[in-house]
Structures are given as structure tokens and as C-alpha cells.
Ligand binder design. Structure first.
Ligand code: CP
Ligand code: NVA
Length: 305
């Protein structure tokens, strides 16, 4: 059974196979209508169950469209309207959904819940974001980086701001695909030692945003207040020196690109001139959630990698 709880579940070869598939399928079906099924309909007859314990726009719509384009269908459930929201356990929910559906995607808070879902499900389980990681996002980020003409090995990726779930998955990607991740985060908001270890020696924290950005190929940031966290003025104040500005972008390589998983808080983690500027790839990055997740689904069903 192939679960995609973190990038390490697929490993270097699996990730490469998924990236190749995502790019090839995207090129093969460019244009309108988005709802057209891919010619080979590789997941025809399959149903993806999606469970959301947190809000989502991109993950929800892109996974729904991904399974449709592969010839399958989906059932989208907000946990609040399920018995899960009234205390039915993850283990029981996993067994019930496995009886009806062919794969489960879940977005939740505690990472242990996706681990438990995978333990008790008899179908593939996909992590659609937890407090610990966001592997599907980083598949789309890597696809976007490749499409921009970069090779992953040897790349310098700079992270500015909160040491959060998205950073943890970028560090894991660096360790698996051979790129360096240099993070600048304020005291108290730095990645854990465990997250740094995911980078297999390629991830580190530096003292200043300038040092992180210097010579970077890719600059990445994310919201300073993740879902489930309290909106704290003290945290916003600590983050402000780590805002991605034009001056910071100027410290990176001249052809450097800017990524953000979205949703963005313009004027907080990034200024308008950067996120809406010529180096920003955010719309392509967001669209690539669709293409990358088609590859994740195909990998989970054993069709690639
Ligand atoms: N980037 C991302 O996961 O977006 P959503 O929260 O809208 O799914
Ligand atoms: N770090 C953010 C990512 C949102 C896609 C969060 O967890 O809310």
C-alpha cells in the first residue's frame, strides 16, 4: 500500500517519477476545457475521499479536478459535517471510508492523525497538510522550479519568516533531491532539530534574512500565522524584519524566482512589488498543485515510480 504522508514515502526516485509525469501530462493537455478527461483516463472508476479539518481553496479544488482529469471522481467532506466532528475516531473513519472509496486525502492539525488514518485504512492515504508538513505543496513547488529552467541538485533555496510545516517539507525535499535550504527565522520561530534533520545536512538556519537571500536561486515565504495558530501581535512584530522585500530579492541571484504556497498576506510576509512582480511564479505554482497531485494520485495507485 502506497501512502503519501511525507515526501520520504516516495523517496528520490518516486519524486522524480512524479515530477516527470506531472510535467508531461500538463504539456499533453494544455488549454480548455479544464474538465476534459485525459485521453488514457488512468483512474477511471476510482473515487477519492477528501476530509478537511481545516480550510482550503487550492488543495480542495486542485485534488477534485486532478481526480476528474484522471477519469475518477471525488467526495469532499468537511469534518464538521461528519461524525468525525462528533468524536468518531480517525481509526474508525479510516475503516469506513476504505469500504467505499479507493483513496483518502486528509487535511488536519495533528500529524499523528494522518499516520493513524494510514494505519487503519486499506486504501492509499494522502497528507493534504498537517501542522508538521505539506508534501503536496512542495511537489508543485519543485515542478514550478523545473519548469522555470532550474535543475534541483545544487540549488540554493532561501526561506524567510516562520519555521513552519511548509518549510519542513521543503527541507525534506532538499535532502531527497539534493538542494540546499537556508532559512532565516526569528528567535522562537525557528525550525525544530527534527525538521532540520529532514534536510540530511543540506538545511540550515542563518542569522539574518540578508544572509539567507544572498546568492539564492529561489526565495520562499509563507503566512506568519498558520491555520490553528492565534493571531499574535508579538509574532507579527518579530517577523517584520523577515518580510520579503525588493531589497531582499536584490540580494539573490539576478534570475532568482519567488514562491509562496498561498494564501498570501500582502504587506506582512511579502510586499506587493515582489509577489506581483516579474520574479514571482505564484500563479504557475498554484496551478501546478493540480498537475503535481495528478502524479501523486498515480504514484499512490502504483501507476508510476
Ligand atoms: N497552498 C495551499 O495548500 O492552499 P489551500 O490552503 O487553499 O489549500
Ligand atoms: N503554513 C500554512 C500553509 C497554508 C497552505 C498553514 O499551515 O496554515
Amino acid at each position: 500500500m502506497r501512502h503519501f504522508l511525507d515526501l520520504s514515502d516516495a523517496g528520490t526516485a518516486g519524486i522524480q517519477a512524479m515530477l516527470d509525469d506531472a510535467i508531461a501530462r500538463k504539456q499533453a493537455r494544455a488549454g480548455w476545457p479544464k474538465g476534459k478527461v485525459d485521453a488514457d483516463a488512468p483512474l477511471a472508476g476510482h473515487v477519492l475521499a477528501m476530509v478537511f479539518e481545516k480550510n482550503s481553496t487550492r488543495t480542495r479544488v486542485s485534488f477534485d479536478m486532478a481526480i476528474r482529469q484522471l477519469g475518477g471522481t471525488s467526495i469532499v467532506m468537511d469534518a464538521g459535517s461528519m461524525q468525525l466532528g462528533r468524536g468518531e475516531t480517525i481509526a474508525d473513519t479510516a475503516r469506513i471510508l476504505s469500504g467505499y472509496c479507493d483513496a483518502i486525502m486528509i487535511r488536519t492539525d495533528d500529524h499523528q492523525k494522518v499516520v493513524d488514518m494510514a494505519k487503519y485504512a486499506s486504501v492509499p492515504v494522502i497528507n493534504g497538510l498537517t501542522d508538521a508538513s505539506h508534501p503536496c505543496q512542495i511537489m508543485a513547488d519543485m515542478e514550478t522550479i523545473l519548469e522555470a529552467g532550474f535543475a534541483l541538485p545544487g540549488l540554493k533555496v532561501a526561506w524567510l519568516g516562520d519555521g513552519n510545516n511548509v518549510l519542513a517539507s521543503i527541507m525534506e525535499a532538499g535532502g531527497l533531491m539534493g538542494f540546499d535550504v537556508v532559512a532565516a527565522c526569528p528567535q522562537g520561530y525557528q525550525p525544530t532539530d527534527e525538521d532540520l534533520a529532514r534536510g540530511k545536512g543540506r538545511a540550515k538556519v542563518v542569522g539574518t534574512p540578508q544572509e539567507a537571500a544572498e546568492g539564492a536561486d529561489i526565495i520562499v515565504t509563507d503566512t506568519w500565522i498558520s491555520m490553528g495558530q492565534a493571531h499574535a501581535e508579538t509574532k507579527l512584530a518579530a517577523m517584520m524584519p523577515f518580510q520579503v522585500t525588493e531589497a531582499l530579492m536584490a540580494a539573490a541571484k539576478p534570475n532568482a524566482k519567488f514562491l509562496h504556497c498561498l494564501p498570501a498576506h500582502r504587506g506582512e510576509e511579502v510586499v506587493d512589488a515582489v509577489i506581483d512582480g516579474p520574479q514571482s511564479l505564484i500563479w504557475q505554482e498554484a496551478e501546478n498543485r493540480l498537475h503535481a497531485q495528478k502524479a501523486v494520485l498515480r504514484w499512490c495507485f502504483g501507476q508510476i515510480g
